[in-house]
Design a protein around this ligand. Structure first.
Ligand code: DC
Length: 225
């Protein structure tokens, strides 16, 4: 059976994961957070003591990589690395920056491409990331490019970290977000960019409920769900 797929791309903190998760719940689709998958690979390099610049050491790590994904009792996507639940660790600030560097590597992206496509072949999915509409699922039924001003995104990220009990500083987050955006947009392989057939949604002045309503009406317009 053909499955439906909704691709949501955009920079960090635009609200992708929250919106994608809620959209998936409303539609009864599987939510796939691809950033979490990249984060898990980055964590592997960290645990192995390999610096992102040591490309020749990262490639062999991929061969023996034991990554597994499942959904917990509350429907949350969980990531496992070498059998250990790393869902919390991958959200740490040090992993975010590293992920942006590791995910710029062609070998890493190629390695994860099939992993991501398989999810969409096997399930109806709402998948979020940076290159879902452009590379991973170019034939997605709906493509949304979510964005928001960097300051709004930094405030949201700060709140998110605080809610997870982590301490952080607004200026540092803003700086990191802008750095990360620049790196994600300017990398040679699968850079962050809006697919030609994606719909742009700017959430700077929208709260979560308004953003979700906007996304829902886009989905309804596109596939009548
Ligand atoms: O969405 P996030 O903040 O969890 O993503 C972490 C990093 O992973 C981000 O810097 C970009 C990268 N990423 C990517 O390159 N491609 C994806 N599909 C998802 C994330």
């Amino acid at each position: 059976m053909e499955h439906r797929s909704i691709a949501i791309d955009g920079p960090a903190g635009a609200g992708k994961s929250t919106l994608a998760r809620q959209l998936a719940r409303k539609l009864g689709f599987l939510y796939v957070d691809t950033g979490a998958i990249y984060r898990t690979v980055a964590l592997k390099t960290l645990k192995s003591g390999v610096a992102p610049s040591e490309k020749e050491k990262i490639v062999p790590l991929l061969d023996g990589l034991d990554i597994h994904m499942d959904y917990g009792p509350d429907g949350e996507q969980r990531m496992f690395l070498d059998g250990e639940n790393v869902s919390k660790t991958i959200r740490e600030h040090r992993v975010s920056d590293l992920t942006s560097q590791v995910s710029a590597m062609k070998e890493v992206r190629d390695f994860l491409l099939e992993f991501q496509r398989r999810q969409a072949r096997e399930h109806n999915v709402v998948m979020d990331g940076r290159d879902i509409g452009t590379v991973v699922l170019p034939d997605a039924d709906v493509k949304i490019f979510l964005t928001a001003a960097p300051e709004a995104r930094a405030r949201r990220r700060l709140l998110e970290l605080e809610q997870r009990g982590q301490t952080a500083d607004y200026e540092t987050i803003l700086h990191d977000i802008m750095d990360r955006d620049e790196r994600d947009r300017s990398r040679a392989i699968a850079p962050l960019r809006q697919a030609e057939d994606a719909i742009l949604l700017d959430t700077t002045n929208l709260n979560l409920e308004e953003s979700l309503n906007a996304v829902l009406s886009l989905v309804k317009e596109c596939i009548g769900l």
